[in-house]
Design a protein around this ligand. Structure first.
Ligand SMILES: Cc1ncc(COP(=O)(O)O)c(C=O)c1O
Length: 403
């Protein structure tokens, strides 16, 4: 038997997932049997969904669905090709222009997923031996792997302590002026904390560094009408590149980068994860365009989302839970033990007659000793649902002695 089959067979029998299943604490690949609304159907019962990235609640907005269906009827279900060849429809170009305008950037490139947007842009930009990257230690996996794909000298990396501007400056001092690229999430995906972009762009200016922001969790949530973390700090004109995704506030799947026309042109012609994959289907473009139509005019979705998250954060903190000072759609419940965190997750999920679904987060997504349940909120939630979820979380938290 080949080494590969042996390796997989051994993992199937004795790996951590199998062991976790045996003792009934495996938390992944749970089935959802309804639209991703504030209450979903899981295991045949209603479950409050506190584990979705559908921040603006747009996955089932009637106008968005209608637009996607109309577009399927007019343009079909797929493109069957790369953007470079037969995969560019006028809808992709319209979407790129609309996103660039929305974010206050000159141009935009749409990718097939957010992960590919990071792989494809970071690896295309880090292409010469003497270039450097200075990256936050808690950046998303797609940034870490995008850096690994770069054809620069892989030794030329400085990983700065999370959100620590003194350490960022130390990194910048060790890099030849003008040759460094700073990469950070705008809003960090596990704990919902915000990068201090005001300070960061000043340092970038001092050291003539390129600034790359992954705003997957910031766009739709922060800034005027959801223009993201750069807009929230009023520093968009000092950012070289904003990356985002359609898999969260834009309720779909796909990704993008927005930057100058020269940077976008480089990425369009140099990025393998852009060129060697099929483009997003027309219905995805229509979905995102329909959401832009809504949020450009109406910021009540964003406001309700932030109100609901704040209500929950205050309630959890009053109940005695350890929460962080998040001002975004993500509220982590810090548990600090993997065993207890998994127990909490399952007790919430199994709660009758209504369960609560959260995201269990363990190493390497969070440091060891900082295991947490990631909760996230939607614009389509209301105060009664938040109260109900809070009551269940508090009851279960007391039962398993988290509070
Ligand atoms: C910060 C961040 N960047 C990038 C991605 C990748 O986005 P996508 O799901 O569109 O591939 C994610 C998704 O979880 C993310 O949280």
């Amino acid at each position: 038997m080949s080494k590969f089959r042996k390796k997989c067979n051994r993992y199937y029998k004795f790996g951590a997932p199998t062991m976790a299943k045996k003792v009934g604490v495996y938390p992944y690949f749970m089935h959802i049997n309804s639209e991703q609304n504030p209450v979903v159907e899981m295991d045949g019962k209603p479950t409050i969904m506190l584990g979705s990235n559908n921040y603006l609640g747009m996955t089932s907005h009637p106008r968005v669905k209608e637009k996607a269906i109309e577009t399927i009827n007019e343009f079909g279900v797929g493109t069957t090709g790369s953007r470079l060849l037969n995969g560019t429809m006028e809808l992709h170009v319209e979407l790129e222009q609309r996103l660039a305008n929305f974010l206050g950037m000159e141009d935009c490139v749409v990718f097939s997923t957010g992960l590919l947007a990071n792989f494809g842009s970071i690896s295309a930009l880090l292409s010469e031996e003497d270039e450097w990257v200075i990256s936050d230690q808690y950046n998303h996996a797609s940034i870490i792997d995008g850096i690994r794909l770069g054809r620069f000298n892989q030794e030329n990396k400085y990983i700065f302590k999370h959100n620590d501007m003194d350490d960022l400056e130390k990194g910048l001092r060790s890099v030849p002026k003008g040759k460094g690229m700073i990469i950070t999430d705008g809003v960090f995906s596990m704990e919902g904390d915000i990068a201090p972009l005001g300070h960061l762009v000043d340092l970038a200016e001092d050291y003539d560094a390129f600034v790359y922001i992954d705003d997957a969790h910031g766009v739709g949530v922060l800034g005027s009408h959801g223009r993201g973390t750069s807009d929230y700090f009023g520093v968009t004109d000092k950012i070289d590149l904003i990356m985002g995704t359609f898999s969260k506030s834009f309720a779909s799947v796909g990704g993008y980068i927005a930057a100058s026309k020269e940077v976008c042109n480089w990425i369009r012609h140099k990025s393998r994860p852009f060129i060697f994959t099929a483009s997003p289907p027309p219905s995805t473009c229509a979905t995102v365009l329909a959401i832009l139509d809504i949020i450009e005019k109406d910021d009540s979705y964003q406001r309700n989302l932030l109100d609901m998250a704040l209500k929950m954060k205050t309630g959890l903190s009053d109940a005695g839970f350890e929460v962080t000072d998040s001002h975004t759609a993500i509220i982590p419940l810090i548990i600090g033990s993997e065993k207890k965190m998994l127990k909490f997750f399952h007790e919430l999920y199994k709660h009758e007659p209504k369960g609560v679904f959260t995201n269990p987060v363990r190493f390497p997504a969070t440091p060891k000793g900082r295991e947490l349940l990631r909760t996230s909120y939607m614009a389509s939630m209301n105060a009664d649902l938040i109260d109900e979820a809070l009551e269940i979380i508090t009851k279960v938290g007391k039962k398993i002695k988290v509070i």
